[in-house]
Design a protein around this ligand. Structure first.
Ligand code: PLP
Length: 495
């Protein structure tokens, strides 16, 4: 069955999977969604026997139907290889009926690698399939992790360039150094005076700017996106929820077909949306627990049905979740609006004009798959300490937000189904906050001293991604105002 993709804001816009991957965002500013949700046949025994690559092939081929099996296999083999530091690509760590799904074993030690190591291959393959020989310029706004993972994926990929915008002062020391030391003749990193939302909103405006599009076309170039607004990022993220379930069946922790719950530390709502899609496809998931930090706009949305971004933006110890406009929520809104593009468009227009929208009671009733809650800074650091003291296991700040919220959920509801928590980053990426949670007396140490302390505390080898930046030279130093992002693009591309 061929799956086509439509815009969440205009159902007359209809493209193939490869075209959706190439375009990133729909021309009307909407997000591409599958016209029909593919169904997984429910053979859990078979699933439990597949390795990561086989699971990826089985799941991705249900969505990316205009790619041939050979093309997909090729992309998967190039993506999920020795760039990952464990042959299984991802693994589960159990502590007391809760399984941390370690999604940080890729090249840049955050879960973004799970999708961004394959997106460049899906994209170059899509360009070839569609006879596109324009140079593809990837525009990316990052809250810290997407930027590095996307550059690592696209560096020196022929026919592509990538520009990353990150909030100057809004990312961790390791995140920033990782980005500023990125090599590759086709990469450009720019700090902006503003926060992630400023960067993401500006990128979306640039995508929808007709004059800019013409200017690019004249120069033989076109934009695409490596953010989770691109369906080519979302689909690879569905894979690991299936894989995790297969592993739980395989080790006898759940019986085939039994339900589990999933907790996801959430920012742009991409990762949890992938879990929701997995559920819609038939994966036995009961609750999707949406965990936020103190930027808890989603918690309020799940409680009240009103999305209100008019509030102060907080910098927290989980910077990749410091987001007030969660782009992928639009895909959920579309689904709970029974796929009505006009309803979705109205709400999204209202978000742009007033910063607020409210869903109808009927839509609200379709949100029962979700539970939302948040963890304060104090609770996050207590949770790192608790998990370490109880299990000797060190988790990063984002995972700790999820872990703390998972406990709130289980406390509030009394539900104790097997719980999978998406563990989205290596603790090394946020060494300062992690070490200070466990050993506050070390807080005066330098970032690299803290990394060595973390090695002693955790007993885990320092990942290559960290060793790489210890002595690497800083290669980028551009900082601009958010308003000058289009200007910076024009300057760098010489168009
Ligand atoms: C990006 C990121 C998140 C948030 O994921 P979304 O898909 O944006 O909701 C959480 N944790 C880490 C470490 C991340 O890099």
């Amino acid at each position: 069955m061929q799956i086509m993709y439509r815009s969440t804001r205009d159902s007359s816009i209809r493209v193939t999977a490869s075209q959706a991957v190439l375009q990133g965002l729909a021309p009307d500013g909407g997000l591409f969604v599958p016209e029909e949700m593919p169904h997984f046949d429910g053979n859990w025994e078979a699933l439990s026997g597949w390795d990561y690559r086989e699971t990826a092939l089985q799941i991705m081929s249900l969505f990316l139907t205009d790619y041939t099996q050979e093309e997909l296999k090729g992309c998967i083999e190039k993506a999920y290889d020795s760039k990952f530091d464990i042959p299984e690509i991802t693994r589960l760590k159990e502590t007391d009926g809760v399984w941390y799904l370690e999604l940080f074993h890729g090249a840049t030690i955050a879960f973004k690698d799970m999708a961004l190591s394959i997106l460049p291959h899906l994209m170059t393959c899509a360009a070839a399939k569609n006879g596109v020989d324009d140079e593809i310029v990837i525009l990316t706004a990052t809250s810290g992790d997407t930027g590095k993972a996307a550059m690592a994926g696209f560096a020196d990929v022929p026919g592509t360039k990538i520009i990353v915008f990150y909030p100057k002062g809004g990312v961790s020391a390791v995140q920033e150094k990782q980005m500023l030391t990125q090599r590759g003749s086709n990469v450009h990193v720019v700090g902006i005076n503003g926060n992630f939302d400023d960067a993401q909103s500006a990128v979306k405006r640039i995508f929808s700017d007709a004059a800019m599009k013409d200017r690019m076309a004249e120069a033989g170039k076109r934009f695409s996106s490596a953010n989770s607004i691109n369906i080519g990022r979302l689909v690879p993220q569905i894979v690991y929820y299936f894989y995790a379930y297969g592993q739980l069946v395989r080790e006898g922790s759940v019986k085939p077909g039994d339900e589990i719950d999933i907790t996801v530390p959430t920012g742009n709502f991409g990762n949890i949306l992938a879990a929701y899609y997995a559920k819609q496809m038939g994966l036995p998931v009961k609750k999707l627990v949406c965990a936020s930090n103190e930027n808890k706009v989603l918690v309020d949305f799940f409680r009240t049905g009103a999305y209100d971004r008019n509030r102060s933006f907080k910098l927290t110890s989980s910077p990749s979740m410091d987001i007030l406009i969660s782009s992928n929520l639009e895909r959920l809104i579309f689904r709970i609006a029974r796929e009505k593009a006009d309803v979705t468009k109205k709400l999204m227009d209202s978000l742009v004009s007033s910063g607020v929208y409210r869903i109808t009671d009927e839509m609200y009733r379709n949100l029962t798959d979700f539970y939302g809650n948040y963890a304060t800074e104090e609770e996050t650091s207590e949770e790192i300490r608790r998990v370490y003291e109880q299990f000797g296991y060190v988790i990063d700040t984002h995972t700790a937000v999820a872990s703390a919220v998972c406990r709130k959920y289980q406390g509030d509801t009394g539900d104790h189904r097997p719980m999978v928590i998406a563990s989205t980053a290596s603790p090394y990426k946020f060494a300062r906050s992690v070490v200070c949670a466990v050993r506050p007396e070390l807080k005066k140490q330098s970032d690299f001293e803290l990394i060595d302390a973390l090695r002693e505390i955790s007993g885990i080898t320092v990942p290559q991604a960290i060793e790489d930046i210890r002595s690497a030279p800083v290669l980028h130093n551009t900082v601009v105002d958010a308003d000058d992002m289009p200007g910076e693009i024009v300057r760098w591309l010489h168009i």
